[in-house]
Ligand binder design. Structure first.
Ligand SMILES: [Fe+2]
Ligand SMILES: [Fe+2]
Length: 211
């Protein structure tokens, strides 16, 4: 048991030979003996984690890249988001956990999708003299974020939550329809095959980092 000296300090350390002079010159940040394998394991673990995450991203975006051109990739993402909306609309107030999980997945899907459009497609559209379309679509992305914010504030157990999801789906469906039926086909037609391939590679690269 430790005792206290007159100046109030503990004599616990002096009674423990292993903590005497051999450790006295060490800084508080010195690694103890035997820490090497632990550090190596930590670095190894981080490397495995990084490789696993890199592999996951490569797998996800590799699957999307196999879909085809940039417009086909973005159209497939529209379908995926709308399917998540439909699964949300099938839930009831008692399924708050399921709602939370599906909503989280939907937010991630919309975030990844809108990032590629805002960082690649819309800027390229403006360069192709389609400023009005690009500005209109980008402003709608702002309202998509507003829906996400309001739904998050409302909470999945709110009686109004499902109606809000229904209104949100309507906005996303109209937005996607305008892109698929009007904006994307015109833009694709305006570009050469090489230019289209370039936009596809940029969309894939953006998707990889956001996956
Ligand atoms: Fe969009
Ligand atoms: Fe889109």
């Amino acid at each position: 048991m430790a005792t206290r000296t007159q100046n109030g300090t503990s004599n616990r350390s002096s009674s423990n030979p292993s903590r005497k002079s051999s450790g006295g010159s060490r800084s508080a940040f010195s690694w103890s003996e035997g820490a090497g394998p632990i550090i190596a394991a930590a670095i190894g673990g981080a490397a495995i984690g990084f490789a696993a995450n890199y592999g996951r991203k490569a797998l996800i975006q590799g699957m999307e890249a196999s879909i085809g051109d940039w417009d086909e990739i973005l159209t497939a993402e529209h379908r995926e988001a709308l399917a998540l909306f439909d699964r949300l609309l099938e839930t009831d107030e008692g399924q708050t956990f399921k709602r939370k999980m599906l909503f989280m997945k939907l937010c991630h899907a919309l975030d990844k999708h809108s990032h590629a459009e805002e960082m690649v497609v819309y800027p390229a559209l403006r360069g192709d003299d389609n400023v009005a379309d690009a500005d209109h679509l980008e402003s709608e992305h702002g309202y998509i974020k507003t829906f996400i914010f309001e739904l998050d504030e409302m909470g999945p157990d709110s009686p109004d939550w499902l109606q809000k999801i229904r209104d949100f789906r309507e906005l996303v469906a109209e937005h996607a329809k305008m892109e698929e039926d009007e904006v994307f086909p015109k833009f694709k037609k305006d570009m050469t095959a090489d230019e289209n391939a370039h936009i596809t590679s940029l969309v894939n690269r953006d998707g990889f980092w956001m996956a």
